[in-house]
Design a protein around this ligand. Structure first.
Ligand code: MN
Length: 193
């Protein structure tokens, strides 16, 4: 199966002032596209050609894993944002956040801290296990919690290409601003699915 890059569900300037159209042009238009193009080249004519993206991530390593997982991660990342999204979690996800992290503000602080202290390139994740328990984890490079049996709910990309155009070297400010565009309705749907 050849993978297609999904179109963004918002305009390139819709996430201003948090993410600029220039960052969208490079991060979505060049980086995400390159991971998907390379993935398609790598699987052509191989045993992976008919597999789902998740199957490839779970059963590959090296260059193929890196490109498959980066394709998955970027699609997941860009689809969690909206300029008019729900600004806070509700429902049973909110209840779990309050219980496990001591409130939404404390959760955000811990999540930002995990993103800020991840050395080098990678991703910070909120995931859940089969019992609905929540986990904040750091994943280096192309890491993805599905390789640990967890269900990803939310991720912030902390590769420099994600923020350097808009925030230069100030990763912490980028992480703090991202909350303004996270659509918690989408995160709740992921949690409840
Ligand atoms: Mn990225």
């Amino acid at each position: 199966m050849k993978f297609e890059q999904p179109r963004l569900p918002y305009a390139p300037d819709a996430l201003l002032p948090v993410i600029s159209p220039e960052t969208i042009a490079y991060h979505y238009g060049k980086h995400e596209k390159a991971y998907i193009d390379t993935l398609n080249t790598l699987i052509e004519g191989t045993e992976f050609a008919d597999k789902t993206l998740e199957e490839i991530i779970l059963h590959s390593e090296g260059k193929l894993f890196n490109n498959a997982s980066q394709a998955w991660n970027h699609i997941f990342y860009f689809f969690q944002f909206s300029p008019v999204g729900q600004k806070e979690p509700g429902g049973r996800l909110r209840d779990r956040i309050d219980i496990e992290f001591g409130g939404f503000e404390e959760f955000k602080r811990m999540f930002e801290e995990a993103g800020a202290t991840l050395f080098g390139s990678g991703w910070v994740w909120l995931s859940s296990d089969g019992d609905g328990k929540l986990f904040i984890t750091q994943g280096p490079n192309a890491g993805n919690p599905i390789t640990s049996g967890l269900k990803p709910l939310l991720t912030f990309d902390v590769w420099e290409h994600a923020y350097y155009i808009d925030y230069k070297n100030v990763r912490a400010e980028y992480l703090r601003k991202l909350w303004d565009i996270v659509d918690w309705n989408i995160i709740e749907e992921r949690y409840n699915s």
